[in-house]
Design a protein around this ligand. Sequence first.
Ligand code: XIL
Length: 370
Amino acid sequence: MRNIFLLFFAYLPLVMCSQKPDNLKDKFANYFLIGATINQEDYQIIDKDNKVLKIVSEDFNSVTPENSMKWMHSHPEYSKFTFSNAQKITDFAKENDMFLLGHTLVWHNQVPEYVSDIKDKIKFDLHIKNHIFQLVTRFKGKVDMWDVVNEALNDDGTLRETVFLDMMGESYIEKAFQYANDFDPNVELAYNDYNLYKPNKRAGAIRIINSLKEKGIRIDAVGIQAHWDLHFPSIKEIEQTIIDLAETGVDVMITELDITVIPNPYELAGIAREEFKKFEGDKKWDPYQAGIPDNVQKKLTKRYRDIFELFVKHHDKISRVTFWGTTDKYTWRNQNPINNRADYPLLFDREYNKKPAYYELLDIDLSEKN
Ligand code: XIL
């Protein structure tokens, strides 16, 4: 009997080592950080939904505030800063030892009206500088990386017309990075954008990165947002995007991953946001209110496997993969651009259960790829 005990204990470490990870952060621990977002807008998750916080702490080792640090929430009036929700997420990240993203310092969306009312160029520059100063110093030592500039590019690779470009000229991007670096030389600095699989837009991002580097301004990483669907972009396009961006020498990150399974209103592009209201409740744009059909669930599961196999293949270039949300219940896709739709882009369903795609990711064979 005693010998059997001894044998059991002798083999215990082996048994333990061969145990398969049962959560995402352990599964990909040797490959990249795995992130999620915590929202405050509409749903107030940080105060109300402990179930989501449990998922975030169990499966993820990186967190991005989905809205709380954005201009309209953190700096709603000319001289007023509100950090309470952002602070709660910061505390949560610290308690759970997570990598914390600062999202985002300079972005044309979710900016209060008063910013466009600043007509004096010197005042405008000072205001941006103060905004960056307040956020970066407030979260110094807590935020690990800032998305310094978000979505500065048009799809053709030119700079998007924004109030920042208008008031400060093209140098607003370098100024933003320079200010962020001056206020916290230790925090990592990133550029973040969507549709980087499109060659012209990607070239634009590469131009931004190289031009910062040539000027001696620090940039550490580039974020591929990854609001994708079941077919686009192709695995080949995603791979080329990762390879091309990595060639600049900065870390590549997947920052806002979600895979929509409902029709994307491409053909409605160009119409004003308010006009989308008339499509609410229209089955053409919202076919799965009653639940995701099995065949679509299967496609989603396969799509997630294909994408993650690619990320694993290129893990030497990728430092983080962040999902834009946690459960399908709270995904921004349900509200964008048509309200109250039922989309299923994430790994946890509306009842907080793990979806087949979740288990598919745990099942990916990493043995050959170490
Ligand atoms: C979205 C949030 O998810 C929504 O809750 C909010 O209403 C609008 O913004 N690109 C970004 C993110 O960089 O900040 C956006 O987040 C989604 C698109």
